[in-house]
Each structure stands twice: as C-alpha cells, then as structure tokens.
Design a protein around this ligand. Structure first.
Ligand code: 5GP
Length: 262
C-alpha cells in the first residue's frame, strides 16, 4: 500500500490512485472525529464495518438505478471506486428532528417531521460546513440548476429506499448525509458530458439510525455524545443487514464476515 500514490486523506478515509485510469481506492480508517475534528478517537474495527456497510448500501442503491461511484470491494478496508470531481456540498435528508436541526430550530429530538427535508451544507471544514440555501448554490455556482435537481431527486429516492431497507430490520432512519460527484462520460458524438453520481460512503458515520423499539442509537452519535459501545452498535447494524455472522454481535472487533473473499 505504501507504494501507491495517495490522492487525499480525509478524517475517516484515504483515497489512493486506482489500478486503472478513472479509478481510485477508498481506504476506510478506524479514526473517528466529531465537532469539526475537535474530538478524535480510534475505534477498533470501525473502518472494516463501514467498508462493508457502505458496500452493501451502495450495491442495493445501484440495483434500484441510483448511479454510484462504487465498483467493488477489494478487501476488509478498501473498495475500488470511480474517480469523480466531488461537488462541494453535503446533502442532508431528515425524517425526524435530531442533531443540528433540533438545536437550530428548538425542536425536541425525535419529533417526526411532517415530510422529509433536504438541506445543503457547504463542504468547508475551515468554516464548519455551514448550512446554505439553494440560492447560494446557484449564485456561487457550486452546482448547476440541473445538477441540483438531480441531487434532490436522487436524495429523496435514496431516502425512500433506505427507510424501507432499515425499517425491515427494525431500524428507523432519522437522517443522513450524502455527497455527489461529477463523472465524465463520453457521448456517442464524442462530446464529454458530466453525470452526477453518488460518492463518498453511506454508513453509521453518516446516518442517524435508531432501534425502532427502544430508540437506542446505532450510529456515530454514540461517539459524539460519549454513549460508549460505538463499534458494537455498528456491528449490530451490519449483523441486522446480514453482512456479519450473528455470533459477532457481542464481540464487535472480531469481524469474520459472511463471505470469505478477503
Ligand atoms: P447534523 O446536521 O444533525 O449534525 O447531521 C445530520 C446528518 O448528517 C447526521 O446523520 C450526520 O451523521 C450527518 N452528517 C452531517 N455532517 C457530517 C459530516 O461532516 N460527516 C459525516 N460523516 N456525517 C455528517
């Protein structure tokens, strides 16, 4: 791995040059950060779990026609992805008030929203990823009107599908954050066009997931709020999704997987 060219290092992932042009290798670290990296920890096994969970989710979404950057999982911590130009927005979709929305609007966490809400934040760590309006996006050219429409439509479709998927395993999807990228595609007439595709990851790092019966948090809020048993919660999500063997449920970092292609 050390001989590969590192393209980018984020808080939870590293991107390396891929084996073929137009590809990258996405490596999932065990590092956890919160509150704009003011809080940091290493959570044994988190990267392995997020690699598996994100693979699972991206594959299910591809099956319903959402274009994604995911190509294939390479090993326990790495996946091969399409190289895209990341659109500098965090797209957040909420079904239940929690986190910054509950705080900003003075709502009780857990209040069901009348309908799903899509929000945008500018991806700027130095500014703490500020909430922005669609008008900001148009005015500053962070995405074209067509790209914005596509991102909103895909986000709502993803939300519908994931609510059903998690609902089927007794988990409420409270909210989630996704990112999109632009992929160059060659048209028949030789012109290069941009396609907007889902990028980054979808995992308990980027979603709020609550147990349907108990409202127990099964996501990164366990780390943010010092609730403990973080990897145990991620392991439970993976186990309920059928990714991990049942036996691992109580021993989070021991991650033997259902398929043995690692
Ligand atoms: P909030 O704005 O309430 O903090 O977050 C809303 C949703 O987006 C939560 O599911 C949260 O995990 C996710 N989210 C917001 N910002 C980030 C971020 O910078 N990184 C990750 N991984 N998730 C985020």
């Amino acid at each position: 791995m050390s001989r590969r060219k590192q393209i980018y290092e984020g808080k939870a992932k590293i991107l390396y040059e891929g084996p073929e042009p137009g590809t990258l290798v996405q490596y999932f670290k065990d590092d956890a950060t919160a509150f704009n990296a003011q809080k940091k920890a290493v959570l044994d096994g988190k990267g392995v779990l997020n690699n598996r969970i994100s693979e699972f989710v991206m594959m299910r979404l591809a099956e319903i026609g959402i274009p994604t950057h995911f190509i294939k999982r390479l090993n326990m911590r790495e996946q091969l992805i399409k190289k895209v130009e990341i659109i500098p927005l965090e797209v957040i979709c909420r079904n239940v008030a929690a986190g910054t929305m509950a705080k900003r609007l003075g709502m009780e966490e857990g209040t069901k929203l009348p309908r799903s809400v899509v929000e945008f934040c500018l991806k700027r760590d130095d500014l703490g990823d500020p909430l922005i309006s669609e008008d900001h996006i148009h005015t500053f050219g962070w995405a074209t009107p067509g790209e914005l429409d596509e991102m909103i439509a895909m986000t709502l479709r993803i939300n519908d599908y994931l609510q059903g998927m998690f609902g089927g395993i007794g988990i409420k999807l409270i909210d989630f954050k996704i990112e999109f990228g632009r992929l160059d595609v060659q048209m028949d007439n030789g012109v290069t066009a941009h396609q907007v595709i889902l990028a980054d990851e979808i995992s308990p790092d980027s979603c709020r997931l609550w147990d349907r019966e108990t409202d127990r948090k099964l996501d990164k809020d366990r780390f943010r709020r010092d609730l403990g048993e973080v990897t145990e919660a991620y392991t439970e999500v993976a186990t309920r999704l059928g990714i991990l063997k049942e036996a691992n449920n109580k021993s989070a970092p021991k991650l033997s997987v259902v398929s043995n292609d690692d």
